[in-house]
Design a protein around this ligand. Structure first.
Ligand SMILES: Cc1cc2nc3c(=O)[nH]c(=O)nc-3n(C[C@H](O)[C@H](O)[C@H](O)COP(=O)(O)O)c2cc1C
Ligand code: SF4
Length: 573
């Protein structure tokens, strides 16, 4: 079924996608009945009406056609309050919500996870403009003039002698000259394989969380025999606490476009699609501007870029859900194989990479003729041999110098904390790597270095390397309930362990908090095992990790919530 729908979507192509039409229709004319508009779209795209309504009803920011008095309804609100984990830990949501409610009326205020303003917290959105920090003090002005500039400020630091991701791009034309040089030099399939060997040699691994080797991914797309292929940039950075992709798209968009251009050249793809989440309006604007600048250079007729704006669904960060979303299908996770490089967008071979992965390519391919000083050599010499190169870390408002730090892979976590000036408040743990990443108690911090291996060996996960400080005041039982609630909200519903398990987990913890029903150790273990082992993707499969970390390291705090205060022992990571 989904294959057929992909083929139907392919007929219209990337320039006319059902998904973008849904987004545009929803934001625009409210005079025509929404159901009629969607029925017309179903006809235009030769899809069943249920497919179109089913897809539209999935997204937070699309009208689901239900009454606007429905409390769950979250589309087309005047203002949104960020309820991501970082703003939760900073305890800023209550005040912001209260002030927005007063200004706009509570029915006109929605919620969003998350705006990527985690360095400052107190984050909110008005009419597609994001604000944070002290901006709330100007609410009266912002409510009338939402395009007023935000006072946002965050630190961007780099500990490398030669910055990779944070390097400034001073001359755009000169920057793309590397593409011209390489495309002339590596102009046969054999030579392209040689260039891919260099990428493999650099050790670059995907920065979206799973750490898959990028050179191997690109080669598996190159060897597919198909004249239609795609490069997709996954800019759906939905992990609360992460804002490094936002930074790259807002401040270094040409680095990302360059990486996609090279991926196109090395795989035979002619279209690059950037799927950018709607929560990042400035990133969308800056990337559009960068694409215009790229086009003005007239470098190639062989590659074009297209931006697809998301509509509020965390699961669209999972690559197969993301591809279905672009096609206008309900963004539900697909079973792999086939992998996207075999059958991806519209059923065609597709490379999906994270923003930061693409952002590393220019450095790696620089200076290739000088083996000693080439980008490849310098990149692979950073890190521990398995995790190479540099990593951008997002440090939230719990750090004195909150913001971004680019460090070499292998850097001790304690050094990062020192560089960040220490903590701005009393913390008991760090939540690293997004909602599916581990919760690291302060006692374990000195064991960790910033690389995939160190985190995995110690029972945590580097993920996309966002770091949220969990304050002493945060009750861990509440934090677990928050993680289950998030998963229940964002589950795509494809598999039961996640769809039902996350709701059951949320209920269990809410009942324990209210005192209605104490936690049963055996039942909880069963639930976490079922989700971990039985879920199709890393949303349901991953959320048990931070919960197990908390159960293991904060046993004493949680004990009173269990039946007869039974020991939590046996619940291990
Ligand atoms: C629930 C879930 C959410 C994800 N969110 C993102 C995301 O926001 N950005 C991202 O690049 N990868 C995300 N991923 C990983 C992607 O599926 C995919 O592995 C990645 O985009 C591949 O790019 P990379 O090899 O450059 O890391 C997510 C995965 C899961 C299971
Ligand atoms: S684990 Fe959750 S999000 Fe992933 S496929 Fe299953 S239901 Fe969907």
């Amino acid at each position: 079924m989904s294959k057929n729908l992909s083929q139907l979507a392919r007929r219209q192509g990337i320039e006319n996608t059902l998904f973008q039409k849904l987004v545009i229709t929803d934001a625009a004319d409210k005079s025509t009945n929404l159901t009629q508009q969607r029925t017309a779209l179903a006809k235009e795209f030769l899809m069943g009406e249920a497919v179109v309504h089913g897809a539209a009803s999935f997204y937070d920011f699309l009208d689901d056609g239900t009454s606007h008095n429905n409390k769950q309804h979250n589309a087309n609100k005047k203002a949104y309050v960020c309820n991501g984990s970082s703003c939760l830990c900073a305890n800023t949501q209550g005040t912001i919500k209260e002030k927005l409610d007063k200004e706009f009326g509570s029915d006109n205020v929605g919620h969003v996870i998350c705006l990527g303003r985690c360095a400052e917290n107190s984050a909110f959105q008005i009419s597609n403009h994001n604000f944070s920090g002290t901006d709330i003090d100007n609410l009266a002005i912002l409510a009338n003039e939402p395009s007023t500039a935000s006072n946002e400020h965050y630190q961007v630091r780099c500990t490398l002698t030669e910055p990779i991701l944070t390097a400034e791009i001073l001359d755009v034309a000169k920057y793309y000259q590397l593409f011209i040089t390489l495309s002339e030099q590596f102009n046969t399939p054999e030579k392209q394989h040689k260039l891919l060997d260099k990428l493999v040699e650099s050790g670059l691994r995907g920065r979206g969380g799973a750490g898959f080797p990028t050179g191997i991914k690109w080669r598996s797309c190159l060897i597919e025999e198909n004249t239609e292929k795609y490069i997709v940039c996954n800019a759906d950075e939905g992990d609360a606490g992460a804002f490094s992709d936002r930074y790259l798209l807002e401040q270094r968009p040409h680095a990302v476009l360059f990486g996609m251009l090279m991926a196109g050249f090395l795989t035979g793809a002619k279209t690059g699609v950037l799927y950018i989440r709607a929560e990042y309006p400035a990133a969308i604007k800056q990337t559009e501007q960068a694409i215009s600048e790229f086009e003005a250079l007239n470098l190639t007729n062989d590659f074009c870029f297209k931006i697809i704006k998301g509509a509020g669904a965390y699961i669209c960060g999972e690559e197969t859900a993301l591809l279905r979303s672009i096609e206008g299908q309900r963004p539900v996770v697909s079973v792999r194989p086939p992998f996207p490089t075999q059958s991806g967008l519209f059923g065609c071979p597709t490379v999906v990479n994270n923003v930061e992965t693409f952002g590393s390519i220019h450095f790696i391919f620089s200076n290739l003729s000088d083996t000693q000083n080439s980008g490849v050599t310098k990149y692979k010499n950073l890190g521990n041999g398995k995790s190479t190169g540099s990593k951008l870390l997002s440090l939230d408002g719990a750090f004195k110098y909150s913001g971004l730090i680019e460090v070499a892979m292998g850097t001790p976590l304690v050094d990062v904390i020192k560089l960040a000036g220490g903590f701005a408040r009393e913390l008991k743990a760090l939540h690293i790597g997004g909602p599916l990443g581990g919760v690291v108690p302060l006692s374990e911090i000195d064991k960790l270095t910033i690389d995939f291996e160190s985190f995995a060996e110690n029972g945590f996960l580097l993920g996309h390397a966002s770091i949220i400080g969990i304050p002493n005041a945060m009750k861990m039982i509440n934090y677990i309930a928050h993680l289950f609630e998030f998963t229940a909200l964002e589950s795509c519903g494809k598999c039961y362990p996640c769809q039902i398990g996350s709701v059951r987990g949320q209920e269990m913890f809410e009942q324990a908090i209210s005192g209605e029903q104490a936690l049963n150790h055996e039942l909880l273990n069963d639930l976490l095992d079922t989700m971990q082992l039985g879920s199709l993707c890393a949303l349901g499969g991953g959320v048990p990790l931070p919960i197990q970390n908390i159960l293991q390291y904060f046993e004493a705090e949680l004990m009173p919530y269990f039946i007869h205060s039974e020991l939590v022992k046996g619940v291990q990571s």
